[in-house]
Ligand binder design. Sequence first.
Ligand code: SF4
Length: 374
Amino acid sequence: MSLERSHNPSDSAPQADASPLLDVKSLQTFFFTGRGVARAVDGVSFHVDEGEVVGLVGESGCGKSVTALSILRLIPSPPGRIVGGEVWFEGRDLLSLSEGEMQSIRGNHISMIFQEPMTALNPVFRVEDQVMEVIRQHRRVNLGEARERTVELLREVGIPSPEVRMKDYPHQMSGGMRQRVMIAMALACRPRLILADEPTTALDVTIQAQILDLLREARERTATSLLLITHDLGVIAEMAHRVIVMYTGRVVEEASVTELFTTPLHPYTQGLMKSIPGIEAAGAGKRLEAIRGVVPSLYALPPGCKFNTRCPYAFDRCFVEEPWLILPEEGHPVRCWLYRDRDERPAEENQEKTAGSPAPRESRGEAMKEADHV
Ligand code: SF4
C-alpha cells in the first residue's frame, strides 16, 4: 500500500530555481510576562535547502526550540507571540496562513520530533491510535489501511513485532522505543521537512547512536530535509551539512559543518568547541575548558554585544554597540566586532549601520592579545 502524497515532481527533486525549502526571515518571537518582555527570538534569519540537514546549536535558553515552535506556529499564546518576520515554505509565508491551513501543514508537510517522547506522546492512548491519528488526519484512508501503514512505519523504525507492540501504551515502552514511535509519527505522511528538537538528549549513549542512525537512514531514504536542534556538537558533526549557532535569541555564526569545526570564528562558538570532552585531553589530565559566566537573562540583556559579559576578547565597542552579522568569508557570517575589518559585503550595505557608531577606544588587536593571557 502506498500513502505517498501525490505531489508534483518538484516535491522530491531538488528545486530547479534553487530557492530554499524553508526560508526564515527576521523572525521575532517575544514573551510578554509580568517580569517584562523576553525577546526569545530576535531577528533570526536562516534557510534550509531541499534535502539538507541544518543544525541549530547553542546553550539552553538561546531560542532554538522557540524558533522551531514559531515555524509551526505552536508558541503558547499568551504569553508568547510572533511579533515580526516571515517564514517561507513551499512558496507561502506560514505566518500569514489561517489556522486551518496550518493544520494541513503540521505533521503533513512539516513534522516535529520532540525531545522527551514521554511527554509528547499521550499516555492514555495506545501507540497504534496515536500513529493512526496522524495518518487519518492527512490522508483519505480507512481504518484497515491506516493500521496497515502503522505496522509498516513501526517496522521501518526498527520496532520488533510491530503488530504486537503497537497495542502498547507509551509507558510500556523504553525511552528508545518511544523515540522510535515519535520518528514513525514524524515520517507518517512523508513530510518534506522534519524539525527535530533535541531528539537524542533524553536517551543513553548507545540508544542515542541508534536513533541518529535511524534518523540518518530515514532522511536519506525519503530525501527529507532536517532542521536538527541540539546543544550537542558531536551530534552536529555526525549529521549536519550546515550549522547555525544561536545565542540569546540571535544567530551569531553560520557555516558549513567542516568550516565551523575547523575555523570557528565567534568567541562563543570557540568556547563551545573547547568544552567538548576529548579522549586526548582526558589522557593528558587536562581540565575541560568551560565558557565563563552564565547566559544573561532575557529580561536583562546587556547593551552592545550580548556575549560581552562572557567574552575573553571583549573591547570597548562591544559594550556600546551590538554587532550585525559580518561576512569575513563567503558563506560564513559572524556577529562579532573582531571581524569588522574583514567584512566582504559592499560598503553601502553597511553604511547605514556604521553611521554614527562610536569609534572603539581600544583596538581589536589589543583585546585579542590581552585575551591570550586570560
Ligand atoms: Fe566578544 Fe566583542 Fe565579539 Fe561580542 S563583539 S563576541 S564581546 S569580541
